[in-house]
Design a protein. Sequence first.
Length: 358
Amino acid sequence: MSDAPVILGLETSCDETSAAVLVGDRLEGHVILSQDVHEVFGGVVPELAARHHLQRVDHVVASALEQAGISLGEVDAIAATAGPGLIGALLVGLGWAKAAAYALEKPLVAVHHMEAHLFGPVLEDPDAEPPFVALLVSGGHTLLLHARAWGDYRLLGETRDDAAGEAFDKVAKMLGLPYPGGPAVSRLALEGDPEAIRLPRPMLSRSQKPGDADYYDVSFSGLKTAVLLVVQKLEASGELDARRADVAASFEETVADVLVAKTMRAVLETGCTRVVLGGGVSANRRLRERMTEGMGESGRVFWASPRLSLDNGAMVARAGRFRLERGEVAPLDVTASANLAFPGLVRTGAPAVAAGGA
């Protein structure tokens, strides 16, 4: 092994049990075990998620270490997601990490799940460094940030209600598509016309200006209702089967319109030439295309590969390395939090204190 620090990252915030071994900037071992048990319920069942993490965490960590060709004793530090997420699921991963850190007398780093998503793209492209505008979009969060440096973040906007990923899941259910909904809607959208059905662009108006409360914020609850009304109308007329792909494509295009427009506003205000996409929804093909078009030749858009866009231990290990380098070692009595504050995040115009992660 080299002299580079060896970080074991552990992620169990929702329904992926994942462990990774990061040696310096090299990802030497990485295992992600998804829980397909939730598909029959159309969404994640917290109790089942926690139980499956508990049953699989030992094997997942052992497999990641085996890939890396090292033993647990050779790890220099252990990083684990401490929140936000499903509290039972979080406690499994963090509890395992605490026990291992205590037994091995190794440093423990408690990682914020959404900050970890910021580090996903830089694992594959070293140019994905601050300053940048970041759009973090997942099943539980939608955040628009200005990352001035690692650990120094300004919250520009967030969802007022539903996260983008949740909207994809609900629309998928309306269309009779399987869970998780994002990939299913995106696949069906390829067969449809994105301009076939005009849907409202929530909280997006030309009259908005910097300083308005809704200039950067987003909302998707009304869009879900609009799609439901369209689906009900098509069902009543017997046209749904023929128009299902058009509904998917129009919905996907609407979400991309809103997210890209809000992000471009942030690019204009901050002067950033880099945009980073993070979270599960960042794997959406149309969102990536539209964001790239929006930036044009004036800058670059970074995203991680699909494997590193979803919840994974590699991003946790990378975020953990950053926090460890700052001397931020967690005490062994640290606990998980479903609403863990995002470290270093301040609201625009607010005092320099950490803001909530939701």
